[in-house]
Design a protein around this ligand. Structure first.
Ligand code: C2E
Ligand code: MG
Ligand code: MG
Ligand code: MG
Length: 296
């Protein structure tokens, strides 16, 4: 197996093949297979994180985030295993299909509770560019016609999109099917503005790395402000990620950002907990004490 991997990675690597590398490849291989088995047994679950209007507190959407409960009681966030899963396009596609299916079930469950809210699903760029991507989306929509208006897809622009023209065409088709499209982690990729120019999208999600320091760092403040100005001109919806302090919500609001997501609002929660959260949710006192700049 290790020999096979080494060959697959290229002949040059063969020379550098060491026991440490062999061990690492073996661990990767084990993890991938463990994940395949977990998908088959429906072990990974979706958590949901609310995106709310930072002026009114009104719920806009729920972002689905995958969690993998482990035998030892830990719950793994994607950072713990994505680097290994991502190496295998087919596996990444299976993961996305699993998530789309779970998201569909969640939309139906919420509708049963009288809650109509879109669910945003992260799509890996490798899956987006896969020849069967549109077929995959159509299959999901066929299961539950009418669901398209409740489904958003988030594309991370920091993950490479080698063929922007193709990505643009595919996203255009998604639009035609009725899905809303968000550019995730906006501002972190080296090609942000290029993406903005070439890809059809409805929503810009400002990366949390800019939001976390915008109160102290004038550069981050300027970048957020610039993104919001561009979004306004292009009539795009804006969502700020990673709002941990209520003060950040106020700053963003004053700059014209309409929606936010982050620990100050809610952590990602299991479906039942998010329904519970929704019934008890009130915007932070600070937001309610100070009216929005536009109303003042
Ligand atoms: P993302 O789409 O940008 O998701 C936001 C991440 O920020 C989530 O991490 C969320 O838990 C975290 N977060 C939310 N609010 C805050 C905050 O106030 N402060 C901080 N420090 N973090 C916050 P998570 O769940 O670990 O996901 C990481 C990334 O993995 C996601 O980034 C997304 O790119 C990817 N991902 C997650 N679930 C899926 C999935 O189902 N499919 C695919 N293809 N990718 C996924
Ligand atoms: Mg996302
Ligand atoms: Mg993001
Ligand atoms: Mg992010």
């Amino acid at each position: 197996l290790a020999l096979y991997e080494a060959k697959r990675l290229g002949k040059n690597l063969y020379r550098f093949f060491t026991p440490a590398l062999e061990e690492r490849l073996l661990n990767q291989y084990r993890l991938q297979h463990e994940f395949i088995a977990a998908l088959r047994e429906h072990i990974p679950v979706l958590y949901f994180q609310p995106q709310v209007d930072i002026t009114t507190g009104h719920l806009r959407s729920l972002e689905a985030l995958l969690r993998w409960p482990r035998a030892d009681g830990q719950i793994w966030a994607p950072g713990a295993y994505f680097p290994v899963i991502e190496q295998d396009t087919d596996l990444m596609r299976r993961l996305d299909l699993y998530v789309l299916d779970q998201a569909r079930a969640a939309i139906r469950h919420l509708a049963g509770e009288g809650i109509r809210v879109p669910i945003a699903v992260n799509i890996h760029s490798r899956h987006l560019l896969h020849p069967d991507f549109l077929k995959d989306i159509q299959t999901v929509l066929k299961e539950d016609p009418g669901i398209a208006s409740s489904l958003e897809i988030e594309i991370t622009e920091s993950s490479e999109l080698p063929d922007l023209a193709l990505a643009g065409e595919i996203l255009g088709e998604c639009h035609a099917l009725g899905l809303a499209i968000a550019l995730d982690d906006f501002g972190t990729g080296y090609a942000s503005l290029n993406y903005l120019q070439k890809l059809p999208c409805d929503i810009l999600k400002i990366d949390k790395s800019f939001v976390s320091d915008m109160g102290e760092d004038p550069r981050d403040f300027a970048i957020v402000s610039g993104i919001l100005t561009a979004a306004r001109v292009l009539h795009l919806t804006t969502v700020a990620e990673g709002i941990e302090q209520p003060e950040q919500g106020l700053l963003l609001r004053d700059l014209g950002c309409q929606y936010g997501q982050g620990y100050a609002i809610s952590k990602p929660l299991p479906l039942d907990a998010v329904v519970h959260w929704l019934h008890g949710w009130r915007p932070p006192d600070l937001w309610r004490r100070r009216p929005a700049a536009a109303d003042a």
